[in-house]
Design a protein around this ligand. Structure first.
Ligand SMILES: [Zn+2]
Length: 177
């Protein structure tokens, strides 16, 4: 019986995943080539994923939401309903209602899309490398239902230096009472 075989190896692997995931928050562009975590807070989220068939998503989402969230589309800048939203509250996933971003982390980037310095929590979103459109970008996805939300760039303001550039179509705002 090997010390590193079978079940004994698993906690060690999970610890490595957590360390790598923790670093990802601050070195998104540098790290994505070496490590592309699908789930930011560990392997067990795989079983919690809210999956639906393509037909079910089409039924549930508007045409624009389906195009953005399931086909990785991008809404036109300054066209989204939350670009100028300054109300206090939470931004949920328009597909599965998971909390994704908070108004306290929203800032005016001038880009025409809602922009945030960080997600609601480490576990809210996952990231993946995206080389489409001849650009090297990091895609941001909902951890729960894997919906496309937007991209994250490393030119954001303090304290994180990150700019989560998110489509309004992927979000559902709930104002605090
Ligand atoms: Zn979702």
């Amino acid at each position: 019986m090997s010390l590193y075989g079978g079940q004994k190896a698993e906690p060690f692997f999970c610890a490595i995943v957590k360390v790598a995931v923790g670093r990802d928050r601050f070195t998104v562009t540098g790290l994505k080539k070496r490590w592309k975590p699908k789930y930011r807070d560990g392997v067990e989220r795989v079983t919690l994923k809210k999956t639906k068939t393509d037909a079910e998503w089409k039924e549930l989402l508007s045409e624009e939401q389906y195009y953005v969230m399931r086909k990785k589309g991008t809404e036109r800048p300054f066209s989204g309903k939350y670009n100028y939203n300054k109300a206090t509250g939470e931004y949920l996933c328009a597909g599965c209602s998971s909390p994704l971003f908070s108004s306290g982390d929203k800032f005016d980037s001038g880009t025409g899309w809602p922009s945030f310095t960080s997600p609601h929590s480490e576990a809210s979103v996952s990231t993946e490398g995206d080389e489409s459109l001849l650009m090297e970008r990091t895609e941001v996805l909902c951890s729960e239902c894997n919906a496309h939300l937007g991209h994250v760039f490393s030119d954001g303001p303090a304290p994180t230096g990150l700019r989560y550039c998110i489509n309004s179509a992927s979000l559902k705002f709930v104002e605090n009472e």
